[in-house]
Design a protein around this ligand. Sequence first.
Ligand code: ASN
Ligand code: ZN
Length: 321
Amino acid sequence: ARRTLEADAAKRARRRLTALAGVPTVRSTAGTPPTTPHRTLYDCRHGTDLPGHQVRDEGEEPTQDASVNRAYAGLGATFELLHKEYGRSSIDGNGLPLIGSVHYDEQYNNAFFDGEQMVFGDGDGEIFLDFTVAIDVIAHELAHGLTQYTANLVYEGQPGALNESVSDVFGALVKQYSLGQSAREADWLIGAGLLAPRVSGVALRSMKAPGTAYDDDVLGKDPQPATMDDYIETEEDNGGVHLNSGIPNRAFHLLATALGGKAWERAGQIWFDVLTGGELASDADFATFARLTVTAAKTRFGTGDEAEAVTKAWSEVGVPT
Ligand code: ASN
Ligand code: ZN
């Protein structure tokens, strides 16, 4: 009997140790994704090693570096839209930490998502300014991560242009959400404020009027088509992914402004449902995506005006449903 008591005491002690080691805590949160972001920002100090030097982790005070603080805020706004409006915890649906690096390379005229993190250049000051100045560009890059974890649209041709367009859509939604703007109040520009003062233009792209964002001696004219009649067949830019994205971009703008109200509530919900719903193939073309948005509108909103408005928006840009 004595032996048994000792054995029980040892078992209890082991259980206490296990508890101290934090096992019950881990168990209690399993299956409950976090409701707040975990952002970590790095400074590349004009080099190209990623992620660079850590400068601000979640919950830490703002730094002296405005690029760091803008990226931190932009990642936070994107997390908030996904979580509060669509019930998704981060880009993987499971609280994936968000990593961003600023001051990448020297005079780097772009921003990108490398499969694991966001990267932002400072621009050369001649054509482009610091890419963190535009919250829609920050959200655009993060949305590439959302697409990677969901439909994983192939980055070429029509699925590539859809991949680009979905990033612009969520970029615009995060900007409108952070400003509290309705669809009809919004400018529907992507990257407003990113063009250097000497460039004749207003933004990188216009979802409302693709092809009109800039017209400049150095940059040339904004080459985006606004309808299928002007669809661009090219070998460049992975088959024109940043060009033909103008077509689905305008379809989204037409839908959101026709419905009115806040674009993320109905138009955005439909696009989110298609992107994350599991039906969208990674090699989907425009027409396949368009049909899925009509179905998603019916599933989500039933016999209201939404599905009809979706069909009309696609029809106006020449995509059949
Ligand atoms: N800024 C561009 C984008 O996110 C970079 C690229 O072409 N991948 O689309
Ligand atoms: Zn992109």
